[in-house]
Design a protein around this ligand. Structure first.
Ligand code: UD1
Length: 416
């Protein structure tokens, strides 16, 4: 099993292109199932999760090709409505095929999805909404059986603005007869990207990015060529690494509005940030300052996916930062590993208090989940001495050759 080896302490300098967004690509890949015609997706990241989504589409009967960040999918032959357990287990987003399969084939059978173990991650909000929309859902022996001769469009009020549930409802109702409203919808930029993709196929969806999404169902969706948005969490990962290692880096292919809050927090911690159309420049030469209190919340709040990244960056800051993780209940699995590297962190339930230490020390650590794993890379880059990170299959789910990204910026990092 390969690992990542880092000899820390180098400043990061240079330019990088931000990769396509994983969290936008996955629902968009599921959406391609809705059309009988060819969909071409550009800026589609080369990731384990993308390959898992393409495997599901192949299994359902679609034709897929992937080369040089371009995925080409033809859904004309989609006929299977059952996704086997091993494909469901490959990632959490496999659940996003439920909506498109139901819309297209009138039935769907899946097991509970896999993915990072960062909390309970139930799908009750998806199921409740589907039932409201006229879908019969039965849960028997770990399998979920769904059928709907006809979707019954209505107002669906989400108890919590779940990203996945919002996307699944959009995917179910894009092809329907009537008007659906999602109230208390998730507002993440990836939801807007899904809306833009569906609309370029001929769907009639508006309101994404606000709390209310309107979907006027259409009969058919056509072929499309689409450029997937860039990955705001990848960009945040690089920004956090530069913040604590020091250096001067330009990130291209990124919409600064998508990471506005993170940029202002990094500026508050002492980094110099310049933004322009489609780029961000970060310069940092001083020890960072602790940020007081950082609470994760749905967009436009501070993203749970950036919590571990900021915690690593602030482990060596002057002063204290208290993180409050409000989205997932088990999202501090990186903390014991950071403590091995000398970090001073105390966890109490959803709180993690980080008191900046003078420096992190290289160590042998294990990634337990995707963003926690990326946080260990950040820690290793800024630490004194050698760090070896195991469990990097988690990191590969969301980052295209993370070691190449940082090597290109001058880090001493390699896959062994
Ligand atoms: C998506 C992102 C993930 C990010 C998360 C929150 C993708 C592929 N993944 O995950 O990177 O961390 O949003 O921004 O886009 N919940 C329920 N019942 C449900 C659905 C969710 O209780 O039916 C809970 C979850 O357990 C969690 C919270 O709601 O505590 C947020 O989940 P959700 O927004 O659905 O996240 P995902 O779509 O899984």
């Amino acid at each position: 099993m390969s690992k990542i080896a880092i000899c820390g302490g180098q400043k990061l300098n240079g330019e990088i292109m931000v990769q396509g967004s994983k969290n936008a690509a996955l629902p968009i890949l599921a959406a391609t199932v809705l059309s009988d015609e060819e969909c071409v997706l550009f800026n589609c990241p080369d990731l384990e999760d993308v390959r898992a989504a393409l495997k599901i589409i192949d299994w359902l009967g679609g034709d897929t090709e992937y080369s040089k960040h371009t995925a080409t999918i033809s859904g004309g032959n989609i006929h299977r409505y059952k996704i086997p357990e091993e494909l469901m287990n490959s990632m959490r987003s496999s659940v996003l095929f439920l909506g498109p399969m139901l819309a297209k084939l009138k039935r769907a059978e899946i097991s509970y999805p896999g993915g990072c173990s960062i909390g309970l991650r139930p799908i009750d909000l998806h199921i409740k909404a589907f039932r409201q929309l006229g879908v019969t859902v039965e849960e028997i022996g770990g399998r979920i059986y769904c059928s709907a001769e006809k979707i019954k469009p209505c107002k669906v009020n989400l108890l919590f603005p779940s990203v996945g549930a919002t996307e699944n409802i959009m995917l179910l109702c894009a092809l329907s007869d009537g008007e659906t409203q999602i109230l208390n919808a998730a507002r993440e930029p990836e939801i807007v990207d899904l809306q833009n993709f569906l609309n370029s196929m001929g769907a009639k969806i508006s309101g994404a990015g606000s709390e209310t999404i309107h979907i006027i169902g259409v009969e058919k969706l056509q072929k499309v060529q689409y450029n997937i948005m860039s990955d705001r969490i990848f960009a945040t990962t690089v920004l956090c690494a530069v913040a604590c290692c020091g250096g001067d880096v330009i990130l291209r292919n990124i919409n600064p509005n998508h990471i506005e809050l993170m940029l202002s927090m990094l500026a508050g911690a002492g980094c110099n940030i310049i933004t322009g159309e489609n780029y961000v420049r970060i310069r940092c030469s001083k020890r960072l300052l602790g940020l007081g209190k950082v609470m994760t919340s749905p967009y436009p709040g501070f993203p749970t996916d950036a919590q571990a990244l900021f915690m690593s960056a602030l482990s060596g800051a002057e002063g204290t930062t208290v993180f409050v993780e409000n989205i997932f209940e088990s999202r501090y699995k990186h903390v014991p590993e950071l403590i091995k590297m000398g970090a001073d962190i105390i966890v109490d339930g959803r709180l993690a208090a980080v008191t900046g230490c003078n420096y992190l020390q290289g160590a042998t650590v294990e990634a337990q989940d995707l963003r926690g794993g990326a946080a260990l890379v950040i820690a290793g880059l800024s630490a004194i001495g050698d760090t070896v990170i195991g469990g990097i299959r988690h990191i590969d789910r969301g980052y295209e050759h993370i070691e190449e990204t940082f090597k290109g910026l001058g880090a001493n990092i390699r896959r062994i």
